[in-house]
Design a protein around this ligand. Structure first.
Ligand code: DHE
Length: 554
């Protein structure tokens, strides 16, 4: 399989391997600049490169490497991005040229360790807006609430609840800073949001106008949230996975009252060196056992976290691979498949037996499945698919050792998306749709970035690309603080199906200063059915259909 790379990828490889270019003079920042750069680093960079800048999805940015690269090379990468998945922060208008230069300087300074957080700190931020006994006893709405979509409006820290039947906006609720993902409780009644600032909120979808009923800030930096889905524990607990302080926080499902904090700081599974920054990446709730599958990014450990007695959790630690990121269930919901993106591998965890079943090398660079996509293929049997951020490969992995042992935990097919470089973030499907849909929003090529890639489930090949109407992706000039800046929406990001699989929705990943759109496609004809637009549609990214999220359908 051929990997296609461009000039900026070469720079990125240099960044990975510690390339030396012109040595930079020592860098100094004023107090104001330092404050601004620290905030930008937290908002935009820490997720991939680590709070302590030791690297994860992105390479390490430690001073011994960055100083040798110098401000000019670093600023070029930050401005233009790379086909390896580094976003084009400057070219897309999300950072000004001056800001990309500021960040190039900042990452040459020594990293600073951020603050810790205790249960007492957490409790100060805990608010119950509507006590449980004042909440509806049954759905108050006549709408088909199980077909609601929660849409993250990332850069304005809000969640839009949209009626999937009528496409009407039902309500907009506040959530944490740079809201990341939403998940629903087992019954679907509660929808949980997690902000990058570690603020968890819970929305009651049974209310006529769904709104937040409780919130709490459990840490300073987080990406994942899920709930208890096992029989007897439905809607009982919620769990937040924190990036900083690296920890797992169990909460009461209806009020978000904090119950237990468990630190994930530990030892890399292979070198047995200690790492304080052992961040919690994806979490998924087991539908059969009272367990969460919790993926500890840096250490490469999968924790099977039994929450039956939440103050005394029983944890099975499984050695797998680095750095664990996102993943999803296979068709049977017995195996959880998670990307280990620093090693280009996918780890398959057998949750029934509580062991790692297989570690599968992928065909590309940096697998990034989101939840992935499941296919019941007539020849190969059940398959699970992942794309890659760093290359154009989509891999299909056999997941049924009982009935298709020859294909189990092997890549039975690899598809190459057209054009150079990766940039794929999400791939999705629905049992009632004949296609898998893949996006590519962080490919630096505008044409590739603004298309959707349609893969036929039987043929396992790309049968069509859909170009997003240019009115949604064209560059626009806007005035900020008296200065005119150019903004380019990144293109379609994240795919979600409606309850019956007859539609798929994608967000146009715009800038918060300009309204954007959520596009609804017919999943049979692949035609654009409706554009959900309005002044309120700002930086829509992840979308979560209530029914599909309750049942983990993808
Ligand atoms: Fe995500 C899932 C981490 C940037 C949208 N993202 C995940 C998961 C993790 C993660 C660990 C799995 C959660 C789970 O299943 O429990 N994401 C990170 C980062 O560390 C990273 C790379 C950088 C950062 O600074 O945060 C990052 N993510 C983004 C974005 O920029 C995206 C594209 C837009 C946004 O709104 O933030 C984004 N991530 C998503 C979405 C999912 C996700 C929509 C859930 C996919 C799903 O279908 O379930």
């Amino acid at each position: 399989m051929k990997l296609k790379v461009g000039l900026s990828a070469v720079l990125a490889v240099g960044l990975l391997s510690g390339m030396t270019t012109t040595a930079s003079a020592s860098v100094k920042l004023s107090k104001e600049e330092m404050k601004k750069a620290t905030q930008i680093y937290f908002d935009r960079c820490a997720g991939c490169h680590g709070m302590l800048r030791k690297g994860a999805l992105g390479p390490n940015l430690l001073p011994e490497k960055t100083r040798s690269m110098g401000t000019e090379v670093l600023a070029t990468i930050i401005y233009g991005g790379t086909p390896g998945g580094m976003p084009d922060w400057g070219a897309s208008g999300e950072m000004s040229k001056e800001e990309t230069e500021l960040m190039a300087k900042f990452i040459q300074l020594d990293p600073v360790s951020p603050p810790e957080k205790s249960m007492a700190d957490m409790k100060k931020s805990w608010k119950v807006f509507v006590p449980v006994d004042k909440r509806p006893k049954k759905p108050e709405t006549k709408r088909n609430w199980q077909n609601y979509f929660g849409v993250v409006m990332r850069d304005v820290g809000k969640v839009a609840i949209i009626d999937g039947d009528t496409k009407e906006l039902v309500n907009i609720v506040d959530s944490g800073f740079a809201t990341h993902i939403l998940r629903t409780s087992k019954s679907g009644r509660y929808m949980y949001a997690i902000g990058r600032d570690g603020k968890a909120t819970v929305i009651d979808l049974w209310m006529k106008k769904p709104r937040n009923v409780a919130e709490i800030r459990v840490c300073n930096d987080a990406r994942s949230i899920d709930t208890s889905k096992a029989k007897g524990y439905e809607d009982k607990y919620a769990v937040v996975g924190c990036y900083w302080p690296p920890s797992i926080v169990t909460l009461k499902g209806d009020t978000l009252e904090p119950i237990k904090i468990v630190s994930t700081a530990s030892y890399y599974y292979d070198t047995e060196e200690f790492t304080r920054e052992a961040r919690v990446a994806s979490i998924v709730a087991d539908h059969h056992k009272p367990e969460w599958v919790i993926n500890v990014k840096e250490t490469g450990q999968v924790w099977l976290y039994n929450y039956a007695d939440p103050n005394n959790p029983r944890i099975t630690m499984l050695e797998s691979e680095r750095y664990l990121h996102d993943g999803g269930w296979d068709l049977s919901k017995r195996y959880f498949l998670v990307a280990a993106n620093a090693r280009n591998k996918v780890v398959a965890v057998d949750t029934k037996e509580g062991k790692v079943e297989a570690i599968i090398p992928t065909s590309g660079v940096k697998p990034h499945p989101g939840r992935g996509a499941n296919v019941d293929h007539p020849k190969y049997g059940p398959l699970w698919a992942t794309g890659h951020i760093g290359s154009h490969h989509i891999d299909f992995i056999g997941t049924d050792p009982d009935n298709h042992p020859k294909n189990a935990w092997k890549i039975v097919k690899t598809i190459e998306l057209p054009g150079d470089g990766g940039g794929n973030l999400f791939i999705k499907t629905h049992p009632n749709c004949n296609y898998l849909i893949a996006d590519r929003p962080v490919n630096p090529d505008r044409k590739l970035q603004t298309q959707l890639y349609i893969i036929d489930k039987n043929k396992l090949e790309v049968v069509k690309t859909i170009k997003i109407p240019s009115k949604y992706t064209k560059a626009r000039k806007v005035k900020v603080n008296g200065k005119t800046i150019e903004i380019k929406p990144r293109g379609p990001v994240h795919i979600e199906f409606n309850k019956d699989g007859s539609e798929f929705w994608v967000s146009v990943w715009g800038h918060k200063l300009v309204p954007s759109a959520i596009l609804v496609y017919d999943s049979k004809t692949l035609k654009l059915k409706k554009a959900i637009e309005g002044d309120w549609v700002r930086t829509p990214t992840g979308k979560f259909n209530v029914y599909n999220t309750m049942k983990d359908i993808y």
